[in-house]
Design a protein around this ligand. Structure first.
Ligand code: UTP
Length: 288
């Protein structure tokens, strides 16, 4: 049973400077909720009971967001604002949230390594703090946990991207023919040059990994971008254990990317009863 999830959220968020100078990228609002809350809720809705958020020294606002704010609660209650009280009181109920600081931002692989003691000897889920999935079906990480239960090996969640975009992702090299959404991998390469991309199957911010990964992360050398890459450690893990990719069903927003971020706000706004009509009118007016 996979009950633990790790959410790395310690990166600098340089694509969103200057706002990320003081506001963590993961707290960028999708209207009135921060991005990371959608990701925490995805984990909770997938049966995860313990979530480790990997943060850094200037990301205390994330910790505050998931804590109670007793002063604000008292004020809301004194003003009979029960609905607002309920909204802030119920944030991320349903799982224990733990924190650890990555003391130096040496890369995603190094961030995940900070979770070793928390994870112990069981397989675990990884959800990147800036990749959001929505869909009518099962949550993205639930789909992957189910895939893990089928193959009992590490599974990388994938999306299909255009060849021109492959240099932004970890790209999978399948071993054989795809059976449904799962395929065993023979390799994976982080941010290949477009002309060298082995496929269009890109890792989309979701992983279920066996704890064997830690023995590779511990001595992983720096790779693309001069960072300790999770993808490079996974490639070495393939020498010891099978690793599969799984095509995630659902719409993905890379909230670290400005156009995806704006699209997420529009889509979520259109889902909100109280905003839908006026937002639709606004969109129609602007697109004339
Ligand atoms: P990204 O490369 O998307 O995030 O890393 P970033 O470095 O914050 O953003 P840019 O590219 O500079 O705009 C993927 C995930 O890994 C985390 C990030 O927080 C993000 O969720 N990460 C990355 C860490 O936790 N630690 C690191 O050292 C690097």
């Amino acid at each position: 049973m996979i009950k633990k999830a790790v959410i790395p959220a310690a990166g600098y968020g340089t694509r969103f400077l200057p706002i990320t100078k003081s506001l963590p990228k993961e707290l960028l609002p999708i209207i009135d909720h921060p991005t990371i809350e959608f990701i925490v809720n995805e984990a909770i809705d997938s049966g995860i009971t313990d979530i480790l958020l990997i943060v850094s020294s200037n990301k205390n606002a994330i910790i505050d967001y998931f804590d109670y704010n007793l002063e604000l609660e008292t004020i809301l209650l004194s003003k009979n604002k029960y609905e607002e009280y309920g909204i802030i009181r119920n944030i991320a109920q349903g799982a224990n949230i733990h924190y650890i600081r990555q003391r130096e931002q040496l890369g995603l692989g190094h961030a995940v390594l900070q979770a070793e003691a928390f994870v112990g000897n069981d397989p675990f889920a990884v959800l990147l703090g800036d990749d959001m999935y929505v869909g009518k079906g099962k949550p993205a990480i639930r789909q992957m946990i189910d895939a893990y239960n089928e193959v009992e090996s590490s599974v990388l969640g994938t999306i299909e991207v255009d060849y021109k975009d492959t240099s932004r992702y970890g790209i999978c090299i399948p071993k054989g023919e795809k059976k449904g959404k799962l395929v065993e991998l023979k390799g994976v390469v982080e941010k290949p040059k477009v002309e060298e991309a082995p496929s269009r199957s890109a890792i989309g911010g979701r992983y279920v990994l066996t704890p064997t990964i830690f023995s590779y992360l511990k001595n992983q050398e720096k790779g693309a971008g001069n960072e300790i890459q999770l993808t490079d450690a996974i490639l070495r893990l393939m020498g010891e254990e099978k690793v599969y990719s799984y095509d995630i069903e659902g719409k993905r927003y890379d909230v670290g990317n400005k156009i995806d971020y704006i699209e997420a706000i529009l889509d979520f706004g259109l889902e909100k009863e109280e905003l839908r009509e006026n937002l639709q009118k606004l969109i129609n007016k602007k697109s004339k």
